[in-house]
Design a protein around this ligand. Structure first.
Ligand SMILES: Cc1cc2nc3c(=O)[nH]c(=O)nc-3n(C[C@H](O)[C@H](O)[C@H](O)COP(=O)(O)O)c2cc1C
Length: 295
């Protein structure tokens, strides 16, 4: 781990805040998949871009420090500013401060947990009060609400980081037995779906490196969708194998006998939640977002 960190630090800059920002130096092996940085260095000094480039997830190791209430209110106030379809704000954000309850909800705990749910119950109550018919029971409503919800969640991530508060997003809330959330949070069963949870807090230690990202071929397409060639796919596969890229979730795949990281990923990681789709479909049917077929 130490040598990986040293290798990483060779191409990284430590910002004043202690956050690590990847330098713009292209690695020696950079190929056609590597897109030049979109912005010159001076533009990356823009405080908003600096905050975004310093984002990295903290995987569960948060201190006991409390987030000041004013900061939490600032995060909540900022996240609802995210754009949302028809200005419906078709979400509910549940702020949980009890650490034991956070762990029960998502397996992680920090200073605060925000559970972001796609939710139409507020709108349903408004429509009901006015005697207006309103039925958000289809996939279009679900996709729209989920989009609104994740935009608010990511805005919360950025707002928090701008105040030195780190975070972890997890969708573990709709894995396993999601029905426990209805009990733990007293969620409405109809037209409410917990999309993602955001753990907020202060890390006990800096992560040893920042995860890398693909930025070029296969991610950003100019003008039209670019269908990958075999050579491009091969290059992408190799890119995940290079430790300095930090694209892989871990480095134990070689020792396990895999030729490529993605061999391990598709064989062991991508299949680990097999059956989840039917679980989510069952929940969506129960929540009324997907019509349950008879028989
Ligand atoms: C929808 C979603 C679900 C995630 N779920 C988890 C999770 O359950 N546990 C975890 O440790 N990290 C989780 N993450 C964090 C990702 O693993 C992390 O964002 C990714 O590896 C890139 O690392 P970075 O955020 O540090 O750049 C999740 C992120 C997203 C957006």
């Amino acid at each position: 781990m130490k040598s990986r960190r040293r290798e990483f630090l060779k191409t990284a800059t430590i910002l004043g805040s202690g956050a690590i920002l990847l330098s713009e130096t292209r690695p020696a092996h950079a190929g056609q998949n590597d897109r030049k940085p979109a912005a010159p260095a001076d533009l990356l000094q823009n405080p908003t871009l600096k905050t975004i480039h310093s984002l990295r997830s903290i995987h569960g190791n948060f201190t006991d420090r409390t987030i000041p209430d004013a900061a939490l209110q600032a995060i909540l106030g900022a996240c609802v500013r995210a754009a949302n379809a028809a200005n419906n704000q078709s979400y509910a954000i549940i702020a949980v401060k009890d650490r034991k309850k956070m762990a029960q909800i998502c397996g992680y705990s920090g200073s605060c947990l925000l559970v972001f749910c796609a939710d139409y119950n507020r709108m349903k109550a408004e429509a009901h009060a006015l005697g207006q018919p309103f039925d958000p029971g289809n996939m279009e409503f679900f996709v729209t609400a989920s989009t609104n919800t994740v935009l608010a969640a990511q805005t919360a991530v950025i707002a928090a980081k701008s105040m030195g508060i780190d975070s972890l997003l997890t969708n573990g809330i709709h894995r396993d037995d999601m029905t426990r959330l209805w009990t733990l949070l007293d969620l409405p069963e109809m037209h409410c779906f917990p999309v993602v949870a955001l753990v907020l807090g202060y890390p006990t230690a800096e992560p040893p490196f920042m995860m890398g990202r693909l930025t070029g071929t296969g991610v950003v397409h100019d003008d039209n969708y670019h269908h990958l060639t075999e050579a491009e796919v091969g290059e992408l596969i190799q890119k995940y194998d290079r430790p300095a890229e930090h694209l892989a979730l871990g480095d134990g795949w070689g020792a396990k006998g895999y030729k490529h990281y993605l061999d391990w990923y598709f064989k062991e990681w991508a299949t680990r939640n097999a059956g989840e789709e039917s679980q989510i479909l069952r929940i969506l049917k129960r929540s009324g977002f997907v019509e349950a077929t008879k028989g």
